[in-house]
Structure formats: C-alpha cells, structure tokens
Design a protein around this ligand. Structure first.
Ligand code: GLU
Length: 414
C-alpha cells in the first residue's frame, strides 16, 4: 500500500526541512498535529430515528497564530485526511504570510442526502462537541467541501449561545449579514486568478488567449470560471459531482450559472456534450484547473495531462508521485497551498474586521488580496529558481516551513 495523504504531508515537511538544513527537532515538531479531536454527533433525523455521525477537528500547529482551516462534510472523510489537510493549512497560512496556524475539520456524512434541518442539527451538534477547543484566539473554522456560509452562520450562532456573548471571529466565511467579509465568497477563485496571472506572465501569455478545463463547479470552481470568462478566457470543459460538459468552442459561463441555479448541476447544459472526469483532465488545454477534491492527477494519468499549467484550486488534487512526472514534462503545477490560499487570506481579513467591528468595501478586500497573492507567488517562484530541479510544491513547502520553524524557535519550543 502506498503512503497515506498525511504521511505524504509529513514527508514533504521532512524534505523541505532537510533542504533548509533545519534541526531535526524542529522538523519533528512541525510534522505532528498538536491536537486531534474525534467526536460523535447524534442527530435526530427527519424520519424520527437518531443517527450517529463521526466528526474530527485537528489543530496542526499554532506557532504563528490560532489554528485556522475549513470543515468538510464528506462521505469518505477519514482522520488521516483531516490530519493531512490540517498540515496543509499550516503551510498555506505561512505561504501567504497571515498570522495564523493550521487546522481542519471533517464530518463523515453525505450532505446531498440530508435535509436542511438535519444539516443544521449536525452543524450545531458538531460545535457543541468542539466548542471548548475553538474560539477567535484558539482555532477558527471556515467553509470547505460541502459546507457554506449558511453552515457557518449556524455554527457561529451555536458557539455564541454556548459562550453567552457575541464572537463572530470564531468562524469565517459567514454570510455578510452576520459578520462575513465582502469578497470572501469568491476569495479562493479570486486568489487563484491573481496567482494564475503571475504564472501566465512567465510563459508570456494572457488569460484571454488561453484555453481552460475546470474540474468542479462548487463555490471555488464556479467563481474561477466566472472570473476567467469575464476576462475573455475560453473554457471548453467543466464537471461537477454528477458529470461533465464539453464544448470545444467554449462554454458561456453566465448562461451556465443561470442553468445551475435552477438544476443544481452542470449536466445537460444546452450546446454541450457529456464528458467524464478522467477525459476532462486529459484534454488539450493550456490551463487545467482541478477545483474539486484530492487525488485527481496521479502517477497513473500524469503522463497524459496536456495542459502546460495546472492551477490547484482544490486541496491535494495532484499527488506527490505525480509531481516529478509533471515537472519533467515541463508542466507548471501551481501548488494548492499557494493557488487556493486566497480563501484563507480573506478569512484573515474577516477576522480582522470582526475584531474591529469595522467592515471594508469589496475593492479594498480584493486589492489587499492581490498584494498578498502576488508577494506569495514571487517568494515561491524565487525559491523555485534558486533551487534548480525542485518542484513548485517543494518551493512553497520550503517558504512555509522556514517561516513556521522561525516562530517555533523564537517561542523556545526547540
Ligand atoms: N477551506 C479553505 C481552505 O482549505 C479556507 C480555510 C479558511 O478560510 O480558514 O483553504
């Protein structure tokens, strides 16, 4: 059996730390999650029967700031995956230079088969179990796969009931009406867009003369599609959990957004033909955007990828084994901890606004985000160029591990 996702994440930290000539003790501290919480959540379902759900929250590292990271509602969720994702969050926050650590949560459930009422009970039940361990200065959750601003509003409300005071900064990605930040909903896509512009500059091309395929049409996938389309890109294929659509002439995203609002899914969008996920990944496009779930580009299909840039908007869409194959083929894979860090960057802005009780205009959010993403890209690209032969992922890991290690040493943990 191959390595687990978490073992891969640990191996990445080891490699980055060794490259940086860090003391093994420091590397060992960064490799282990500080706290792992496992809970069971009984929920009285609509049919009157109680069902018990399993949930996790992992606080990976808080040397730079409170743990930070989303909560996934995912049928195949495992503790190992949540540990891997929490590790990635520590690295991600360090990559964009926000004063936050890393954490992640997950509940084993299939939200597509649950009613709103059941989801609300599950969300509140989860917070009841982890409330002592979270808070604006401890650990701040956010949306992720199959959770959304409504989920965050329920969770914040439950937390505030428990602590008996307003505490909007306990969670980010909230609806604007209850303390969310303007621009947060589209922040992951927007951050990816800013990074992509930098990456394209290197290859001397623009968004408008590039062809795209996008896997995923949830919050992240749909917002990057909208941005790309507005900027003149041609998107020839898009998929979601139910299936994919293809049109070599380009898909009209404005119409598709109207269509999915009504039907919920991209399949059967007029003027397109069906395409499966595997075929979508291997299309002859300039840029491939995996914006769905982990383990999509592996050693099995890496040599058939035709894109020259991969923008990893999902967490972990490219496996560690696929990386060298892509690098050897001169494919620039912009790693997830850089490409999708716009979400957590604006989460940080949301926390700042909550702390001040003073809210910014969307332009201010986006222009601050652009600065953060551009600086992060440059720091990583410089590292990449300084160390010939490494991947962009290794370069990002090195930038991040260096920053986390500095905080650990200054705190005297080692
Ligand atoms: N779930 C997002 C991520 O994986 C956002 C996390 C956050 O805003 O805390 O980066």
């Amino acid at each position: 059996m191959g390595k687990s996702w978490f073992e891969e994440a640990q191996e990445r930290i080891q490699t980055a730390g060794s490259y940086l000539s860090l003391e093994q003790e420091v590397i060992d501290v960064i490799k282990e999650p500080m706290r792992t919480i496992e809970v069971s959540i009984p929920v009285k379902m609509d049919n009157g029967k109680t069902k018990v759900f399993k949930g996790f929250r992992v606080q990976h590292n808080n040397a730079i700031g409170p743990a930070k990271g989303g909560i996934r509602y995912y049928p195949e969720e495992t503790l190992d995956d949540v540990k891997a994702l929490a590790t990635l969050m520590t690295l991600k926050c360090a990559v964009v230079g926000v004063p936050l650590g890393g954490g992640k949560g997950g509940i084993v459930c299939n939200p597509l088969e649950m009613s709103q009422g059941e989801l609300e009970k599950l969300s509140r039940g989860y917070i009841d179990k982890i409330a002592p361990f979270i808070g604006p200065d401890k650990d701040v959750p956010a949306p992720d796969v199959f959770t959304n601003p409504q989920t965050m509003a329920w969770m914040m409300d439950e937390y505030e009931k428990i602590v008996q005071k307003k505490a909007p900064g306990v969670i980010t990605g909230k609806p604007i009406e209850v303390g969310g930040s303007k621009g947060r909903g589209k922040a992951t896509g927007m951050g990816g867009f800013f990074v992509l512009k930098e990456a394209l500059k290197i290859s001397g091309r623009g968004i408008q003369d590039s062809v795209f395929a996008v896997q995923g049409f949830g919050n992240v996938g749909s917002s990057i599609c909208e941005l790309l389309y507005k900027n003149g890109a041609k998107i020839i294929a898009i998929s979601d959990i139910k299936g994919g659509i293809y049109n070599p002439e380009g898909i009209n995203i404005e119409e598709l957004l109207k269509f999915t609002k009504e039907t919920g899914f991209v399949v059967d969008f007029p003027g397109t033909t069906p395409i499966d996920n595997a075929a979508l990944l291997e299309l002859p496009v300039d840029v491939l955007v995996p914006a769905a779930i982990q383990n999509q580009i592996t050693q099995e299909n890496a040599d058939r990828i035709k894109a020259t840039i991969i923008l990893e908007l999902a967490n972990g869409p490219v496996t560690l084994e696929a990386d060298p194959i892509l690098t050897q083929r001169n494919i620039l894979s912009v790693p997830d901890i850089l490409a999708n860090a716009g979400g957590v960057a604006v989460s940080y802005f949301e926390m700042v606004q909550n702390a001040y009780g003073y809210y910014w205009e969307e332009d201010e959010v986006n222009s601050r985000l652009e600065t953060i993403m551009r600086n992060a890209f440059r720091a990583i690209y410089d590292m990449f160029k300084e160390h010939p032969g490494i991947t962009m992922r290794a370069a990002a890991d090195m930038v991040a591990v260096k920053r986390v290690a500095a905080a650990i040493k200054l705190r005297g943990w080692v």
